[in-house]
Ligand binder design. Structure first.
Ligand code: XMP
Length: 518
């Protein structure tokens, strides 16, 4: 999106806080477009972006410590409203002549806060006594000249401060975190009351504009999209199909490691009898993948084989299609932010349908979703009329069931895990509890154990059920599934899925476990 399409923009400058993406999401929930950039952005770059307001995030440093990350003091005299959060608040205080020190008592978690600045535009409508989320050891002990204190807690004398005429605001607590009772209202007050935004960010207009822009950019060119059947690539494909119709070819590689009936479901939506006017190619490569995976048990090796084979199959299809002008990728905003802000240690080598460009003959990459968070991608999908079961689909890893089958992958094991997983999903849906679950699935342990069925001994596989609550998939807690649901799923799996005589529930969080088994 270019600047003229986003006249109302809030800029989040990231100082390394854990909640930087959350701030942007909360602002966007208020229908104001928001971008996250590193704190190293220069004043000229900031002017170029022309934000209506700037939010400084939290971060792990001390403003007075060696190597503290900082910002130019002139940031506060550009005439653009600034809201500092936690470290951002301390930085504002420090750079403008206030004092920041180590607090006598740290504050972590839910904290009662008293609002004392009744006429503050930032805190308008917020009850005098409420609860916020704190996470700090340093505190502002003296505000800069001209600032007034607008909130405090029992141990933090400056929980919020402001210089209303300069439109500078600071909160020690985290308004972006759900546990801050009126956090969303505070952010809304900032963007509407302080920055003067009117709320122009709506998914309907984003979808319309994106289609127009794609049509203009691609014109009569040809585009190729690797469709996985997941939300991101599906929404990207539909946007492209609305823009360029039959000039788009979608290639769907069925590696035989999909959930039960998933391949047919994708074909029903995108194939010749589906709703969209695209060229759809389904490649059934199941045998090929199973053959490559024969005898392989090490998780990373499995991941690499599946990823490499995927590229090979896709390449072969692309070769038949011939050179294209554009390769479509379903990259979304968290990927963009993460790649811009440094990467963390590799725990697992991820395989995405996005990892293809080195091997395909194309001129440019199109990433129509690169500005959207996951929930916004789903909203865009709904605007585009994509069926709910596809739009609401939970994340599914590129290597598919290959990493939900511990040890060697075989066609027989795929059948077991597909059937068990279908039963589990069906019963979760029957119980109506899917909304609270970030991800839930059945996996197959590599363990066989002794059981008794009828009058006979069995020696069969154990299926493990997993369900996690998570907002970002970086950390997760094992979800508490009602016992009667687990019990029903267990009975159905052992009765209906041949080769299973035991069902286990995974109670481990992440960390120490990961969400997937491999
Ligand atoms: P883990 O198992 O690392 O998973 O806790 C975190 C989230 O990432 C998904 N996942 C993947 N997604 N390609 C993907 O597109 C992959 O190779 C991959 N591995 C894990 C996983 O399903 C969970 O949502």
């Amino acid at each position: 999106m270019n600047r003229s399409d986003a006249p109302e923009m809030i800029l989040v400058l990231d100082f390394g806080g854990q909640y930087n993406q959350l701030i942007a999401r909360r602002v966007r929930e208020n229908h104001v477009y928001c971008e996250v950039h590193p704190h190293t952005l220069s004043l000229a770059q900031i002017r170029e972006l022309a934000p209506r307001g700037i939010i400084l995030t939290g971060g792990p440093n001390s403003v007075y410590g060696a190597g503290a990350v900082t910002a130019p003091r002139e940031l506060f005299s550009m005439g653009i409203p600034v809201l500092g959060i936690c470290y951002g608040a301390q930085l504002m205080a420090h750079l403008l002549g206030g004092t920041v020190e180590t607090a006598p008592t740290s504050e972590y978690g839910r904290t009662e806060v008293d609002i004392v600045g009744t006429d503050s535009p930032l805190l308008r409508g917020i009850p005098a006594k409420n609860v916020c989320w704190m996470s700090h050891t340093d505190y502002i002990s003296a505000p800069p000249a001209g600032f007034s204190v607008t909130a405090r807690t029992s141990v933090c004398p400056i929980a919020a401060m402001e210089h209303a005429s300069r439109r500078l605001y600071a909160v020690q607590f985290h308004p972006e975190v759900m546990h801050t009772e009126h956090g969303t209202e505070i952010l809304r007050n900032f963007v509407y009351n302080v920055c003067g935004c009117t709320g122009t960010w709506h998914m309907g207009s984003f979808v319309r504009k994106t289609i127009e822009e794609l049509r203009e950019r691609i014109g009569g060119g040809r585009a190729l999209c690797a469709l996985s059947g997941g939300v991101d690539s599906s929404v990207a494909a539909v946007l492209l199909s609305k823009a360029i119709g039959r000039n788009l070819t979608c290639v769907f590689v069925d590696h035989g490691l999909l959930r039960k009936d998933e391949g047919d479901e994708v074909e029903a939506v995108f194939g010749s009898s589906g709703t969209y006017d695209v060229n759809f190619i389904r490649i059934n490569a199941r045998e090929r993948f199973y053959k490559k995976l024969r005898g392989i048990t090490e998780p990373e090796e499995k991941r690499k084989i599946i990823g490499a084979e995927f590229i090979r199959v896709f390449e072969e299809a692309a070769h038949e299609i011939g050179a294209v002008d554009f390769l479509v990728q379903g990259t979304i905003y968290p990927d963009v932010i993460e790649s811009g802000l440094g990467k963390s240690a590799v725990i697992k080598s991820h395989h995405n349908v996005g990892g293809l460009p080195d091997h395909v003959d194309f001129k440019e990459i199109v990433e129509p979703l690169r500005l959207l968070f996951k929930d916004e991608v789903r909203a865009a999908g709904r605007e585009l009329g994509i069926p709910d079961d596809l739009v609401d689909r939970q994340p599914f890893p590129g290597p598919g069931l290959g990493i939900r089958i511990v040890g060697e992958v075989t066609a027989e094991k795929v059948r077991i895990v597909q059937d068990a997983d279908a039963i589990y999903r069906e019963e979760i849906a029957n119980a109506g509890i899917q909304r609270g679950l970030g991800q839930y699935f059945a996996a197959l342990t590599n363990m066989r154990s002794v059981g008794v069925m009828g009058d006979g001994r069995t020696y069969d596989y154990a299926v493990v059920l997993r369900a996690v609550a998570t907002s970002d998939f970086m950390t997760a807690e094992a979800a508490q599934i009602p016992w009667d649901v687990l019990s029903k799923v267990t009975t159905r799996i052992v009765n209906e899925v041949r080769g299973v005589n035991r069902v286990l529930y995974d109670c481990t969080g992440k960390p120490p476990a990961t969400i997937e088994l491999e």
